[in-house]
Design a protein around this ligand. Structure first.
Ligand SMILES: Nc1ncnc2c1ncn2[C@@H]1O[C@H](COP(=O)(O)OP(=O)(O)OP(=O)(O)O)[C@@H](O)[C@H]1O
Length: 264
């Protein structure tokens, strides 16, 4: 089944075009890496698929429905730095909130069945042992894994992740990339992952969409990640090098300014 279909999609902010004329299709179970430099429109496209932003022209479908009619099937994981950490929630409480919000009401006491699902989800991301630790005291990689558990608890068909590896050190990037790999192979959930740095995720990408306000290229990693294509976005020094059968992308896009991360 088709999970996401966009046809001549143009996304606007008060009549200003942020993303223009994008066409792509993603099948159920596929993972798409949404790649592009600062301001390319990655978050805008992701938030529009999630039905958070609704000013667009063209066609956009999620599992054959308009995004706002498919909300129950979609989980969205925002960039971690947008979360309010002043509330002293434990890891398991943060995960359980994914189940509570989905039901449309807030309890003071978390229902037992949701706590149980939250524990299972924490186990899936390898963090059952830290369930009672305060979320704000966890490492960056652990926080991101807790947020993944929170997104999984509602059994989504489509998981949308905004820069899940940004602001993480290299070992935490590997830790989170491994969990994304596990989600892909064990759950079959369709995923769209925005990223400045495609390298840690290249193994799980069935498709890559290179965006720079317009669609520059869409297809399998080997089709999109070519010197002549990435140079059009990242300049003449950008290169793709095959290392031991794996592609490695040098784009010079360090993404240092806004999120403190570091690509290559
Ligand atoms: N709420 C908004 N109102 C008006 N313009 C916006 C809004 N959000 C984003 N934009 C504009 O839309 C364009 C695309 O921004 P977007 O954040 O989607 O890009 P991005 O590829 O995710 O960038 P980054 O990698 O830096 O996060 C930019 O020109 C941005 O200024």
């Amino acid at each position: 089944m088709r999970a996401v279909k966009a046809e001549n999609l143009t996304i606007l902010y008060e009549e200003q075009r942020a993303v223009e004329d994008v066409t792509f299709e993603l099948d159920e179970g596929e993972t798409m890496l949404l790649l592009g430099p600062n301001g390319a429109g990655k978050t805008t496209l992701l938030r529009t698929i999630a039905a958070f932003h609704r000013e667009y022209t063209g066609k956009l479908e999620v599992f054959g429905r308009k995004p706002e009619e498919a909300r129950d099937l979609i989980s969205y994981v925002p960039q971690s730095h947008v979360l309010n950490e002043r509330v002293p929630l434990t890891a398991i409480e943060v995960v359980a909130m994914g189940g509570i919000y989905r039901k449309g009401f807030v309890h003071f006491k978390i229902p037992k069945e949701i706590l149980q699902k939250a524990e299972e989800a924490l186990g899936f991301v390898g963090l059952a042992h830290i369930k009672d630790r305060l979320f704000r005291e966890l490492s960056g990689g652990q926080k991101q894994r807790v947020l993944l558990a929170r997104a999984l608890i509602s059994d989504p068909g489509l998981l949308l992740l905004d820069e899940p590896l940004s602001a993480l050190d290299p070992s935490a990037r590997v830790e989170v990339a491994n969990v994304l790999d596990k989600i892909k192979h064990e759950s079959g959930i369709t995923m769209i992952i925005t990223t400045h740095d495609v390298n840690p995720l290249i193994d799980i990408g069935d498709k890559v969409l290179l965006l720079n306000r317009r669609l520059i290229a869409f297809g399998t990693p080997s089709k999109v990640l070519r010197d002549e294509i990435i140079k059009t976005v990242y300049g003449p020094l950008a290169r793709v090098i095959p290392i031991e059968g794996k592609l490695f992308c040098i784009t010079g896009d360090t993404h240092l300014h806004r999120h403190g991360g570091g690509g290559i």
